[in-house]
Ligand binder design. Structure first.
Ligand code: FMN
Length: 335
């Protein structure tokens, strides 16, 4: 096992949980958006239906826990707690980068949560640069080892460029994604990690066969900040808030692609999720709130946080006269 990969993954979680690594000067861009409030909802709260289909699977709410961890001992418990909570609510889950599994097959158990989440939409995960390096066969192994429904390929050029040992050669990453899209047994979803996929890159990805885009924009966790705390890279400070805001990404992707868009990066409540959906996202996703909930209260803590997200989404739907997500997409807003 490459000890470097193992300790890096443990460091990321430790730093995320002990330091303030949220965007400092820029928000998601959803702040200025306001739903029109209807003082006469004219419906029973219980009638609200948040269920949605995503790449062939049913979710009871348009919500995902974003890719985070795996590849070191304690990650197994984190992933199990997240998975069991997702199973309770029938929402989606991504595991963290499975690079460690490619380097040491024994690490599989820190990612493999299918037994705990038999019905959940489960996403495998690998970086675009590792995909180029290891190839499609390795990606297929990651998917089958997890019994995953899709492969999330993450784009993290900001994180790579600000750290001292990062990958600075990104030639051929799109080609590797294209090859994977044409041969992998499950759909490929491409995600950023907090600096945002806007319309141009989204369109390039759609053209090579990517089936959904998870924008992961600015407004939440900053990977520049995490790298600053991990190895003191000064550039981490300069680029702390670098990137495309989540709301801008959703708007721009909506203009250029017709595949589903997942809104993530700074989504912190069911109201944020509702705003993202109203802006054009199919689903919303968050990382930091759920790893914090797991740290504080294990599986029960994660369940509590998911319940809160879903409830807040339903409250927004109630107050905007939206019984379904289709109606929420048309809800009246003041801009
Ligand atoms: C502790 C931690 C570890 C992460 N590890 C990964 C990873 O391995 N692969 C990945 O695609 N994204 C990873 N991310 C990025 C998230 O999936 C997400 O894109 C980003 O944190 C923005 O969402 P947030 O503002 O809700 O945290 C990680 C995030 C956190 C907080």
């Amino acid at each position: 096992m490459n000890r470097k990969t193992e300790s890096r993954k443990a460091d990321h979680v430790r730093i995320a949980l002990t330091k303030d690594v949220q965007a400092r000067t820029r928000g998601t861009g959803f702040d200025g958006m306001e739903f029109v409030h209807y003082a006469l909802p004219e419906m029973d709260f219980e009638e609200i239906n948040t269920s949605i289909s995503f790449l062939g699977k049913r979710l009871s709410a348009p919500l995902f826990i974003s890719s985070m961890t795996g590849g070191y001992a304690h990650a197994e418990q984190i992933n199990r707690d997240l998975a069991q909570a997702c199973q309770t609510f029938h929402i989606g889950l991504g595991v963290g980068s499975q690079r460690a599994m490619l380097e040491d097959a024994k690490m599989r158990k820190t990612f493999q949560v299918r037994d705990a989440a038999p019905d959940v939409f489960l996403g495998a995960n690998i970086g675009a640069v590792q995909l180029r390096e290891y190839g499609v066969k390795a990606a297929e192994k990651l998917v089958s080892g997890l019994e995953a429904d899709a492969l999330f390929v993450h784009l993290n050029p900001l994180q790579e460029v600000v750290q001292t040992e990062g990958d600075r050669n990104w030639r051929g990453a799109l080609k590797a994604i294209e090859k994977t899209c044409s041969t992998l047994s499950v759909p490929v979803i491409v995600k950023e990690t907090g600096a945002g996929i806007e319309g141009v890159v989204a369109s390039e990805l759609e053209k090579v066969g990517v089936k959904a885009i998870d924008v992961s924009g600015v407004g939440g966790t900053s990977w520049s900040a995490i790298e600053l705390y991990r190895n003191g890279a000064d550039a981490g400070n300069v680029f702390w808030d670098w990137g495309n805001r989540t709301a801008d990404c959703v708007k721009e992707c909506k203009r250029t692609v017709s595949i589903p868009i997942i809104a993530s990066g700074g989504i912190r409540s069911g109201l944020d999720a509702a705003k993202a959906i109203r802006t054009g996202a199919h689903l919303a996703s968050a990382a930091m709130p759920f790893i914090q909930a797991q740290e504080q209260g294990g599986k029960k803590g994660v369940e509590k946080r998911i319940r809160q997200f879903v409830d807040e989404l339903k409250m927004t739907m109630f107050l905007t006269r939206s019984k379904t997500l289709a109606q929420l997409r048309e809800a009246n807003v003041r801009t």
